[in-house]
Design a protein around this ligand. Structure first.
Ligand code: COA
Length: 299
């Protein structure tokens, strides 16, 4: 009989870090109203920080801020803003300063994505993803850098792993995230002498998020196929959880990571080393119509 598979347990944050490591600190997080960024925000608040979360949907931000404040006992400020609009980010950063008097940590997390082939994606669609992911990161950094220099603070940029190789239907996201990775390295080099750190977290497939839903293959009737299940070829044996990414963020902002900058922390259970694609290859690229029910793209 073959041995049964070991599935990695979830991270045990409470058993790993002291509860007050972020006492008196303030986090500014774009995309913090949902998914991975919300989980990172909540974990950092749990360790004593107040937070401001920025996004386009105010009602979702308000509900998330209330929930996270109740759970952690820390303040959370919901701020409406589109990362594509520099003035809105500058206003959000100023409101955060007015409310809390400092910003120590910034998560550049807002992102946009969908599956679309290079032959079919419109100029505006490609540009939109670059504007949200790449320019959105630049705009967030520019709006917060004066405050982060003051606090000798730290950036985390949320990237991806799919652009390490070529992938069907993901040219826009790959271009955008490669630029994010490169930008973070330059921030690390330029701002290190001011005491500022900049790192990237590259999540693998994370269950229950909008991102995984958008990138999941669909059945012919349009229902989701969980192509990443516990049977998937992920070395650590399970799909990721938002807690896995939150744990990485706590580590990177913590004093334990004080000499870590300009790096990419891949949090994917080893998935990037495995070779498979979301869509059938090369059928999806030769005949996009063959996958029209499997994705939400406009072919
Ligand atoms: N396939 C191909 N093109 C698409 C698309 C899809 N699934 N969805 C949108 N587009 C195109 C639109 O057609 C439009 O191009 P056009 O003007 O040539 O028609 C362009 O992208 C912009 O779309 P629009 O809906 O106007 O932009 P938006 O600013 O409202 O939304 C998106 C931005 C498209 C990235 C949207 O998916 C979004 O808001 N995503 C945020 C959440 C998210 O993606 N989370 C997962 C992160 S991993």
């Amino acid at each position: 009989m073959s041995p049964s598979r070991v599935l990695a347990p979830l991270p045990q944050l409470e058993a790993t870090f002291k509860p007050d490591i972020f006492k008196g600190k303030v986090l500014f997080c774009t995309g913090g109203g949902s998914g991975i960024c919300k989980a990172m925000t909540e974990a950092i608040m749990k360790y004593g920080a107040h937070a401001a979360i920025v996004g386009r949907k105010l009602d979702r931000l308000e509900a998330s801020a209330k929930e996270m404040s109740q759970k952690t006992g820390q303040k959370c400020l919901p701020l409406q803003g589109d990362v594509r609009v520099p003035a809105q980010l500058q206003a959000a950063a100023k409101k955060t300063m007015d409310e809390f008097g400092r910003i120590d940590f910034v998560i550049c997390g807002a992102a946009g994505n969908f599956l679309a082939p290079i032959s079919g994606i419109s100029e505006n669609a490609f540009k939109t993803v670059i504007e949200i992911d790449t320019l959105g990161t630049y705009n967030t950094v520019k709006a917060t850098l004066p405050y982060i220099r003051q606090s000798k603070g730290s950036y985390i940029h949320v990237s991806a792993t799919r652009h390490y190789r070529g992938m069907q239907y993901q040219a826009h996201m790959s271009a955008a995230k490669a630029a994010v990775d490169a930008t973070s390295q330059c921030i690390a080099v330029e701002e290190g002498p001011f005491g500022v750190r900049s790192n990237v977290i590259a999540p693998g497939p994370i269950g229950g998020t909008e991102g995984i839903e958008r990138l999941s293959k669909k059945e012919a009737d349009g229902s989701s196929v969980s192509y990443m299940t516990d049977d998937s070829p992920i070395p650590l044996g399970r799909i990721g959880s938002v807690e896995d990414i939150a744990a990485a963020a706590v580590f990177l902002f913590s004093p334990a990571a004080i000499w870590i900058t300009g790096t990419v922390l891949v949090v994917d259970g080893g998935e990037r080393h495995m070779s498979f694609d979301v869509l059938p290859y090369p059928r999806a690229t030769l005949d996009p119509q063959s996958v029209k029910n499997m994705i939400a793209a406009k072919l």
